[in-house]
Ligand binder design. Structure first.
Ligand SMILES: *Cc1c(COP(=O)(O)O)cnc(C)c1O
Length: 317
């Protein structure tokens, strides 16, 4: 049974994460593998996907330190801004979202949600936004909050990584089969890196960068994963970004649509459709599709559904 995030406690979060279903996919799109999808898009309708894991320890720490305001930043379609605004409303924090760029005449559907969830939006010119990780940033843009907790863009701090490490532990505990491979879409690479530091030994990791920045993603993954001295095998698929962040092709949208027919699997064009597209491509290129082996002899592959479905509204046309 699915449990949503109805209260702010580690126990309640772990309970919800343990109840996230693994969906086995049998489809001609993925011949020659035993494919499973962990549906973290279902952990909560609003505080969804990997952003829920990156937020949990940040929220607990903010609460423990008596902070009443969460401040964070992102772009006009940021899943992290959306999740943070929803979490603030649900658990009783004020939220301030520092948004990159000018305030547009019409807010994106994501930003409209964020305002509706009670987040106050602060638009910052792109040039200034570049300084978001400097210590003087908040005073520079004139935010003088006293009891605030600052979460960097995308939830990419150590507490964010700790939440993703918890996800790895939960996968180890709840996996229906021992996976040979685990695949995940990468933005900053924090999720892949933090998973790599904790995944069960025999599961190799593959990341699918959704923007043209495989180099810096690899660096960030290696930094996070270097925690323990294990020999890590991390692959990055560098040709699945479709021209960059938020860019897409007709073929990508076709993959997205087809997945809706196989088990009601909703994907977004920014992250998870690129993951699935890259997975299908990898099979096409390999000899796997010619395999006639029995199901229990096939490679067992896990795709992480990292949420982000709200972002589908940004698909124009
Ligand atoms: C943010 C996000 C990612 C990328 O996570 P990183 O830790 O930044 O690599 C992947 N999928 C979805 C749906 C996201 O919202």
């Amino acid at each position: 049974m699915i449990r949503y995030l109805t209260e702010l406690s580690l126990d309640a979060f772990i309970e919800a994460a343990r109840n996230v279903p693994y969906q086995q996919i049998r489809s001609d799109l993925f011949p020659g593998i035993d494919l499973w999808i962990r549906r973290d898009d279902l952990i909560d309708p609003l505080i969804s996907g990997n952003k829920a894991y990156k937020l949990i320890y940040n929220l607990l720490e903010a609460r423990a330190q008596g902070k009443d305001t969460i401040i964070t930043c992102g772009g006009a379609w940021s899943n992290h801004i959306h999740a943070t605004a929803a979490a603030g409303q649900r658990f009783g924090f004020h939220t301030i979202g520092i948004i990159r760029g000018e305030r547009p005449p019409t807010l994106s559907a994501m930003l409209q949600d964020a305002e509706r969830f009670g987040m106050s939006l602060r638009f910052v010119p792109r040039k200034l936004y570049h300084e978001r990780n400097e210590s003087h940033f908040l005073t520079q843009i004139g935010i003088a909050q006293e009891r605030y907790w600052y979460v960097p863009e995308g939830g990419a701090n150590d507490l964010g990584a700790k939440g993703v490490a918890l996800l790895a532990d939960i996968i180890r505990e709840t996996r229906p089969v021992a996976f040979d491979e685990c695949w995940v879409a990468c933005g900053t690479g924090l999720t892949l890196g933090a998973l790599a530091a904790r995944m069960p030994d025999r599961t190799s990791l593959t990341g699918v960068p959704v923007l043209k920045a495989a180099g810096s993603i690899r660096k960030s993954v290696e930094m996070r994963a270097a925690d323990d001295g294990r020999e890590l095998q991390i692959n990055l698929i560098e040709d699945a970004h479709h021209g960059g962040y938020g860019k897409y092709s007709a073929a990508l949208l076709r993959t997205q649509k087809e997945c809706e027919f196989i088990g009601g699997l909703g994907l977004d064009h920014v992250y998870t459709a690129k993951l699935v597209w890259a997975g299908a491509k990898a099979i096409e290129r390999s000899e796997r599709k010619k395999s006639t082996r029995w199901l229990d002899e096939l490679p067992r592959i896990l795709f992480l559904h990292t949420g982000g479905l709200q972002g589908r509204r940004g698909l124009v046309g």
